[in-house]
Design a protein around this ligand. Structure first.
Ligand SMILES: *Cc1c(COP(=O)(O)O)cnc(C)c1O
Length: 438
């Protein structure tokens, strides 16, 4: 078993073990490395294993990791060795997936804005393509007049089942920018005709939502897509839709260490709403991102100064908007847990005091937590921002020219020894100058 603590892969003891080892080894240093991110590689392996086990035979399934959730090539590489494919949505992610060694047949290309050149490249390599709209379909028709390809093609549909708790993360609202809406304007008939005229179209794709969408809502969207596949096959009198890409979007619990919902919970919801999905009638692709990594990573930063303003205790740290962009700009939608540690990385104990945990950026809103009860922080202490393995340090924001921190993978041996691997070096001032024309 890859994970020595299968019952608590994300627990506080394990984080503390990693944090203390990072301080001992100088990966965190009050002068040289005030901020760094960590990914628990054993926990990642356990999560991917639970994903594979949640979708049992006879269904044939490719779990394609959504690269935008953490696009570091060594992370993608590791997910590849754990048996995942990769979902990409830009030329950059495409290049990262290839650099990570994914076979083209295990890469899925989604994006609502694929250019002719990007599509031609995908077809030449044999990458799977999910078509977002009618105009893109016409572009592919055009490309196919001059080339042969091993790509498989799907059409992204929007089942318009409604929004979750976070509007920006809800991809299946009535007016979402993604996909074709089968329920509108005779689109179902048009889709049937499109499949009839194009024997190479064999898949349907939906990605109904992300963080904030209840699993039942997502499962309803998947069920609507299964029903559409059936309709198309029945109308054509042949098994033309052979596969369903059901997207990602499993929400992550940012409130405590429990994994809720987990993959088996979601599969149970899928079975309840779409009993035909897992019979083996259709091949499947999934595109989970956040749920694969979020809870397996944390970000650590030193406290530089502390003060009191208007009666509020404030700790100024090195972690702010540059590594926790969504949390800083939309704190209600993206709250993060913060833990307090002494300079060795050991958990701080003590009466909780309401404190603001602030970042280094020059705007007042650069707070990763507001009025948060924590043991009183002092200069030289460390804070850890939890559940940041996806969409945080891997997606930096270059405000104030704050440098991108290093990201380390950690593996914990049975005896508690921690072994680190560099997933991304810290950005240097020279690299910043070069990028900014210096
Ligand atoms: C973002 C995205 C995903 C992954 O979503 P998560 O919430 O990270 O699981 C999957 N598919 C598509 C098309 C996406 O845009």
């Amino acid at each position: 078993m890859a994970n020595p603590q299968p019952t608590a892969p994300h627990g506080p003891e394990r984080r503390e073990l990693i944090l203390r080892a990072a301080v001992r080894e100088g990966l965190l240093d009050p002068e040289e490395a005030r901020l760094a991110a960590f990914l628990d590689l054993d926990a990642v392996a356990a999560t991917v294993d639970s994903l594979h086990r949640a979708f049992p035979g006879p269904v044939e399934v490719l779990h394609a990791f959504a690269a935008k959730a953490n696009c570091l090539v060594p992370v993608l590489e590791r997910l590849r060795t754990l048996g995942m494919g990769c979902e990409v949505a830009s030329p950059g992610e495409f290049a990262q997936a290839l650099a990570a060694g994914f076979e083209p047949a295990r890469i899925v290309f989604d994006s609502p804005a694929k250019t002719r050149r990007e599509l031609a490249r995908a077809l030449d390599l044999g990458v799977a393509v999910n078509v977002d709209n009618w105009q893109e379909l016409a572009r592919i028709d055009e490309l196919l007049t001059t080339r042969r390809t091993r790509s498989r093609f799907g059409v992204r549909v929007n089942p318009q089942i409604g929004a979750g708790a976070i509007g920006a993360m809800s991809t299946a609202t009535a007016t979402s920018k993604f996909g074709i809406t089968p329920a509108e304007d005779g689109n179902t008939g048009r889709l049937v005709a499109a499949f009839r005229d194009r024997p190479w179209l064999g898949w349907l794709h939906c990605h109904v939502g992300s963080q904030g969408c209840p699993p039942d809502l997502m499962a309803e969207g998947v069920a609507a897509t299964v029903a559409l596949a059936r309709t198309i096959n029945a109308e054509l009198g042949r098994r033309q839709v052979v596969g369903l890409d059901i997207g990602g979007g499993l929400p992550v619990n940012f409130a405590d260490d429990r994994v809720t919902p987990d993959y088996p919970d979601y599969v149970q919801r899928l079975r309840a709403h779409a009993p035909d999905l897992l019979t083996g009638e259709f091949r499947l692709v999934t595109e989970f991102g956040r749920s694969v990594l979020a809870k397996n990573g944390f970000t650590a930063a030193y406290v530089e100064y502390t003060k009191t303003s208007g009666g509020r205790a404030i700790a100024i740290t090195s972690a702010g908007v540059q590594v926790a962009t969504r949390t800083v700009f939309a704190p209600e939608a993206w709250p993060l847990r913060v833990t307090a540690h002494d300079p060795t990385g050991a958990a701080k104990h003590g009466e909780p005091v309401e404190q603001d945990v602030a970042g280094p950026a020059c705007f007042a809103g650069d707070l990763v937590a507001e009025a948060r009860p924590l043991p009183l922080l002092e200069p030289g202490d460390l804070v850890a921002l939890l559940d940041t393995g996806a969409y945080y340090t891997s997606t930096p924001f270059s405000y104030n020219s704050l440098l991108e921190p290093a990201v380390y993978g950690a593996a914990v041996a049975a005896d508690g020894a921690v072994c680190f691997e560099t997933l991304r070096r810290a950005q240097t001032v020279e690299e910043l100058l070069d990028r900014t024309g210096g």
